[in-house]
Design a protein around this ligand. Sequence first.
Ligand code: DX5
Ligand code: ZN
Length: 216
Amino acid sequence: MNNKNIVSPSILNADFLKLQEQISSVEAGGAQALHLDIMDGNFVPNISFGPGIAANIAQGTSLPLDCHLMIEKPELFVPEFAKAGAQTITVHSESTRHLDRLINQIKETGCRAGVSLNPATALSDIEYILDLLDMVLIMSVNPGFGGQSLIPYTLKKVTQLRKLKPDLDIQVDGGIKLENIAQVKAAGANNFVVGSAIFATPDPEKTTVEFVKAIS
Ligand code: DX5
Ligand code: ZN
């Protein structure tokens, strides 16, 4: 049995001058989680925001927060994001030498533990720890920026992973649009991160409704 299909808007490209309004609009549109992209300018060539802002956001929404850490030394920040109110903390397999230890550290905080794989990273990175994970995030773009195009070969990885573990929560992140979300779903994903295709539209609430409908 597969996990629930959910849309998880990424606020990376939201208008931060009216962040509360933007978050409330996707919540009203039926989004089931909020995806927070944490970037440190080292693991990825961009900087976003840290646990302080994540904690503010937690005060402004009842949606579960899904924190995608694109940072070096993620183990230093796991406690901060747990304290900020994350429901799920996702780390990159490429960002640590001790992935098993890091997963356990996340779980000890009480958060759900996710692992993300960059487009070129093989599924074999997580083969032995699959049963420890609450979610796997397959990156469909090279992390760092919103508004990029989905890399088609990454969907093969989604299909292989779905076969390996039929009940896994599989999230796909990057370049998802109304025009290709059916293809991402058909590949085997159940958790869809959507950034610019929601927040770059004039009515994020209405667009969220359309995305939720597209995966139901
Ligand atoms: C990329 C981020 C994504 C991205 C999604 O590094 O992890 O969450 O911002 O944005 P779109 O949907 O615009 O690709
Ligand atoms: Zn992300």
